[in-house]
Design a protein around this ligand. Structure first.
Ligand code: IMP
Ligand code: MG
Length: 177
């Protein structure tokens, strides 16, 4: 394996392309039916690769914005609060919001982001994630558009990191930690 620490390739570039293409078609069809202004919100940093590819496969007028959040806590136990590190530039009031995440694991962070976003009175709020680890879920989250369910393994690449590294890998690989 050319990339140190990666023991197995879980999703190759060609499969990523296919997943993104299919999600783009689903999302396009959904908003073509509903109509109205659409703002696609990526959660930094993990979603940046996926966002860039995904929005090019959504054939519907849209605005792109980003938000960065971090969880309070000592790293092992989350205290359950989420802190906005970088907020949106755009108002989401009365607009369709599509939240884009790299991976939903326990759902702890995302649950709060969803609640915070719905308090800003969007016209609708939908969730799109590239990867999903259903076996680890602790908080119930409705995922409207899901790229792929994966087993409980720590993955890196295509935006996903381990200690901020590996985000540039063009595939998703399993990391041995
Ligand atoms: P949650 O709040 O437990 O759902 O955590 C979600 C966040 O944890 C994601 O946005 C990722 O940043 C990170 N994460 C969870 N699983 C993985 C993984 O397998 N690889 C890299 N990051 C992960
Ligand atoms: Mg993340």
């Amino acid at each position: 394996m050319p990339d140190t620490g990666i023991t197995k390739i879980l999703i190759r570039e060609e499969e990523i392309k296919k997943i993104v293409e299919e999600l783009g078609q689903e999302i396009t069809a959904h908003y073509q039916q509903s109509g109205g202004e659409l703002i696609v919100v990526g959660l930094l940093r993990g979603s940046f690769d996926f966002m860039a590819d995904l929005v090019r496969k959504i054939h519907y007028p849209l605005v792109v914005d980003f938000m960065a959040v971090s969880s309070y806590g000592d790293g092992t136990v989350s205290t359950g609060d989420v802190k906005i590190v970088m907020d949106l530039d755009e108002s989401v009031e009365d607009k369709h919001v599509l939240l884009v995440e790299d991976i939903i694991d326990t759902g702890s962070t995302f649950k709060k982001v969803i609640r915070m976003m719905s308090n800003r009175n969007p016209r609708s709020l939908k969730v799109c994630t590239f990867l999903n680890k259903p076996s680890r879920r602790k908080f119930d989250i409705q995922i409207d558009f899901c790229g792929k369910d994966i087993p409980d393994e720590f993955v890196c690449g295509y935006g996903l990191d381990y200690a901020q590294k590996y985000r540039n890998l063009p595939y998703v690989g399993v990391l041995s930690v």
